[in-house]
Design a protein around this ligand. Structure first.
Ligand SMILES: Cc1ncc(COP(=O)(O)O)c(CN[C@@H](CS)C(=O)O)c1O
Length: 404
């Protein structure tokens, strides 16, 4: 699909917001859904709906094929070695909690160190704090610079012989910073640590190859990749997943059950208890088809060009301060306007049809670092245009004039 045709693929972007054409700049929270994904999910419920892995009748077998076909698409999308390494979860948050509650509780003990960074999303902070309360592990936080960058030397300085796990964000949702995760993985391996990468914001914006990165776990959410909500993926190296205890217990994750003993199912089903989000997985498969029809490298280049244009245009506004100026960024711009509160700005900008986030973005430590209560955040999708940026800039100017 050509980028010039992309916007037409999103029905929601045709609507007016407060009498103005909608300019959606909150893809970092959730991306919009192309008609191909909507139609795929509708067709599943119209023609294929049945429970998976259980029926010996055609409809269930077709639903199972569609569900497992989506898993294979994810495998190829991440360049994982096996479908067994692709676990469907609700989203990035559940993926990280699954690792914390299974691998973490099994392998970590008092005094072990888990390394995260200052720019993490709360879903990659709090699960480890829960383990700190339960097991007495030590949480080591890599500081970021005032540009919102993690310097590799600062990361390496946090690694010790006690480091058991490094869990870091690939691309910051609050700043847009893209971290040097390949180098971070190599440095972590030198001290024998496992590595989990939070790919929630990276996967929609760039090509991800988990084998090239050599990470042990990789997590992302379907709804940020133009797919439905309620579906996400945990990638894990097969040997690690095989050795981990189940996360949740019930149907489908078992091989046999007696009151004396239960044998668990094989991968990936050991981690998929109960009826899965069948339509969500199939919809995620359609979302992968959509982004691959454009090309991740094409998407990355286009969004980088949008980011450059938006940065240049926003910087012309008096009193506007961009939060997060790392040299390597993805399609996210956080900013504040002196003398205003982000919530007031966003409320006024909504009157101009502009939808963008005003929040701490579930990254309160980032806000503390920059000494701001919140930021305005414009986060881009494949459907955004230069005209959207011009509308954003005009709305910021107008709101600023009304508030300052
Ligand atoms: C880097 C990162 N890591 C984890 C998550 C959680 O994704 P879930 O799909 O909600 O489980 C998110 C979701 N960030 C949204 C909601 S706060 C944002 O507006 O930035 C994220 O950006």
């Amino acid at each position: 699909m050509n980028l010039s045709d992309v916007k037409d693929a999103f029905p929601i972007l045709k609507q007016l917001e407060n009498g103005q054409p909608l300019v959606y700049l909150d893809s970092g929270a959730t991306a919009q859904t192309p008609v191909s994904v909507i139609d795929t999910i509708a067709r599943y419920y119209r023609e294929e709906n049945a429970n998976v892995h259980r029926g010996v009748y055609g409809l269930s077998e077709r639903a199972t094929d569609a569900y497992e076909g989506a898993r294979s698409k994810v495998r190829r999308f991440l360049n994982a070695a096996s479908d067994k390494e692709i676990i469907f979860v609700r989203g990035t948050t559940e993926a990280i909690n699954l690792v914390a509650q299974t691998w973490g509780r099994r392998h970590l003990k008092a005094g072990d160190e888990v390394v995260i960074t200052e720019m993490e999303h709360h879903s990659n902070i709090v699960p480890w704090q829960l383990l700190r309360e339960e097991l007495g592990i030590k949480l080591v936080v890599v500081p970021m610079t005032d540009d919102g960058e993690i310097r590799l030397a600062d990361f390496e300085a946090c690694l010790t012989s006690k480091t058991q796990l490094v869990s870091v964000v690939h691309m910051s949702n609050a700043l847009g910073t893209i971290n040097p995760v390949a180098d971070m993985v190599q440095a972590a391996k030198k001290v024998g640590a496992k590595v989990l990468l939070d790919g929630a914001q990276a996967v929609p914006h760039m090509s991800v190859d988990v084998r090239a990165l050599d990470c042990d776990f990789y997590a992302f959410s379907g709804h940020k990749l133009y797919g439905p909500t309620g579906i996400g993926v945990l990638y894990g190296k097969e040997a690690l997943l095989d050795a981990m205890p189940p996360y949740q217990a019930g149907g489908d994750m078992i091989y046999s059950v007696t009151f004396d003993k239960t044998e668990y199912n094989v991968l990936p089903y050991k981690f998929e208890a109960g009826t899965p989000n069948i339509s969500g997985a199939i919809g995620l498969g359609a979302a992968i088809d959509f982004v691959e029809s454009i090309g991740l490298d094409t998407i990355a280049a286009y969004e980088h060009e949008l980011l450059t244009y938006a940065t240049r245009q926003l910087q012309t506004i008096d009193g506007l301060r961009i939060i997060g100026t790392a040299p390597n960024k993805g399609g996210v711009i956080s900013f504040i306007v002196e003398g205003t509160h982000p919530h007031d700005m966003a409320t006024l900008m909504d009157q101009d049809g502009i939808a963008l986030r005003a929040s701490h973005h579930c990254a309160m430590p980032v806000m503390q670092h920059f000494d701001v209560p919140a930021t305005l955040r414009a986060s881009f999708g494949v459907y955004n245009t230069h005209e959207d940026i011009d509308r954003l800039v005009a709305a910021v100017e107008e709101a600023r004039t009304m508030l300052v």
